[in-house]
Design a protein around this ligand. Structure first.
Ligand code: PEP
Ligand code: MN
Length: 356
């Protein structure tokens, strides 16, 4: 990190950028009101920080040994992040540091009628953002892979249904982008680009999605540590995209006996991630538990843990869903969850700890 003096000239700044680039790194330049900071992105071992520190206009040049720093709370002030929490703005929805934001919708978009009806009923229940998978990651190649599996024309048609449903009920839309070849197509139709748990480690996909400049929803891989989630988030931020929403969705259960839940929802990840970064954090209790009867309690627990919102799979008739029926709630159940979460959020704001 190279912190320029308040009276550094444009020439001083350009010289620093040139040295960073000549060393084979990219320079992420943050211009504050009084001060400019140059953040080298790439292999920092190639940079001579001692030499940089002696240049005209340079106040401080220091190596920051952290797998993530662009998104870190500790270094936020250097990277032009003024508030303690970032709010990601998606149309009229403000996600982060405010009321809990609810993303609802089916696991998979199955027809125009299905997504229209779910959008209407989810909106009525109080949801803010509409979800619907078009490219589904499935463990079996023989299972329904989403409308996107019928070729690009099928994928595009399903994307138009999703967008139409979002527009009709005034909700931004989010869908998963499963591979680099689908990034352009998905970016044409959605407001948030979702990277699924299985792809959290795909740094090329992360960078490609980030370059579209739209908000990115990144889910934690079910075998990933929190540090890995944050480190891979940095790939998005390094492309200059900090409209990043992180999502806890459960990790692999331990032990040999029956685990009773699809995954183990790691709710302590929420305050831990909030401590480490200013980015908003969501919880997905649907994939986290795999059980409709647990969604109410785990949604409440997520809000109590400080989650900025929830992603909840919703269907007017879960029994007819082609994917994930057992974990879907109905719109009536969703309305109860949202009401409880609002009450809890208000309570938590009021009871906010002060002593520690
Ligand atoms: C999803 O949200 O549709 C999904 C497949 O979730 P995950 O990537 O967390 O498994
Ligand atoms: Mn699902």
């Amino acid at each position: 990190m190279i912190i320029m003096k308040t009276d550094a000239t444009e020439e001083d700044i350009s010289r620093v950028i040139a040295i960073v680039e000549e060393s084979g790194l990219r320079a992420s330049v943050i211009r504050g009101e009084y001060q400019t900071v140059v953040g080298p992105v790439g292999d920092e071992r190639l940079l001579d920080f001692d030499r940089l520190a002696t240049l005209s206009g340079v106040k401080e040049a220091a190596r920051v040994e952290a797998p993530y720093k662009l998104i870190s709370r500790e270094y936020a002030r250097f990277f032009g992040e003024p508030g303690a929490h970032r709010t990601v703005v998606i149309g009229d929805v403000r996600l982060g540091n405010g009321e809990p934001v609810i993303i609802a919708g089916p696991c998979a978009v199955e027809s125009r009628q299905q997504i229209m009806r779910i959008a209407e009923e989810s909106k009525r229940a109080g949801a803010h953002i509409l979800r619907g998978g078009i490219f589904k990651p499935r463990s079996s190649v023989h299972a329904f892979q989403g409308m996107g599996s019928s070729g690009l024309a099928g994928a595009e048609e399903a994307l138009t249904w999703l967008k139409e449903a979002g527009d009709a009920f005034d909700m931004p839309v989010v869908t998963e982008v499963r591979g680099e070849s689908m990034v352009d197509l998905v970016a044409k139709y959605v407001d948030i680009m979702h990277i699924g748990a299985r792809n959290m480690y795909d740094q090329d996909l992360l960078a490609e999605v980030a370059r579209k400049g739209k908000p990115v929803l990144l889910k934690r891989h079910f075998g990933a540590s929190i540090e890995e989630l944050l480190s891979f988030s940095e790939y998005v931020a390094a492309e200059g995209n900090k409209d990043l929403i992180l999502c806890e969705r459960g990790i692999v259960p331990v032990g040999k006996g029956k685990s009773y839940t699809r995954y183990t929802l790691d709710l302590s990840a929420v305050p831990v991630i909030h401590n480490e970064t200013y980015l908003p954090v969501l919880v997905d209790p649907s994939h986290g538990t795999g059980r409709r009867d647990l969604i109410f309690d785990m949604s409440c627990a997520s809000i109590a843990a400080g989650a900025d919102g929830l992603m909840i799979e919703t269907h007017y008739n879960p029994a007819e869903a082609l994917v994930d029926g057992p974990q879907m709630v109905t719109p009536d159940e969703l309305a109860e969850i949202i009401e409880a979460c609002r009450t809890l959020h208000a309570l938590k704001q009021k009871a906010r700890r002060t002593a520690w």
